[in-house]
Design a protein around this ligand. Sequence first.
Ligand code: FPP
Length: 243
Amino acid sequence: MADLRQIDTTKPIPRHVAVIMDGNGRWARSHRLQSRVKGHEAGAESVRAALRACEQTGIHYLTLYAFSTENWRRPADEVQGLMKLLRGFLRDNLAELQEKGIRLRAIGRLDMLPAETRAVLDECIAQTRTNEARQLILALSYGARQELADAVRAIAGEVQRGTLTPAQIDEATIAAHLYAPDVPDPDLMIRTSGELRISNFLLWQLSYAELYVTPVLWPDFREPDLYDALVAFQNRARRFGDI
Ligand code: FPP
């Protein structure tokens, strides 16, 4: 397993890392825990580890897939458990986000979140708005197809109002209507627990990302696991379609 020293400081490190935090349920089952929420709770500690690893390596943007639009279909107790966990995480970590200069943001259909969760989230976003050291972006009630549908709807509205013509619509127009348009595309996307899928995550933004899948379950993911991913990233040749 890699340690910090194995990261080559002469080579680029990703500016933006996006993570599909998968395997919490399997982790709970493998530890004979009754509730899947126990796996999510253990996963919250991995979120803190990932933030520490970003601090150590200088990764500026970290986007975490914390709750998908599809996750609303899970049993009510799991959804409630996740929302409670999220509120607790935000309350417990706000002071540290401030201290470290981390700006919290969220992408997704945030209007679908329970009012109490939304209130805590909005408060943390507002309080950290001017922080500049790094950004933690939580994908919550997020789906990439929904994000693209929302962008298309907004663009169609501009065309209808006459402020935009169809001929003017290009890639930049679409990118400018996504949930966090100023955030650069992820350079590296990590998925834990071995599944080889994108699962409706950042479909537009991941076009040129390097994909890294590890069998490690998210609650077991710690700094050395992120360093492994960075070493793998540094050994890839990114050509962006060129030769
Ligand atoms: C996928 O594992 C994980 C989720 C649906 C939730 C991710 C949430 C956390 C890690 C909680 C902490 C996050 C924050 C921001 C405090 P799964 O349940 O699908 O696992 P399985 O595939 O093994 O069943």
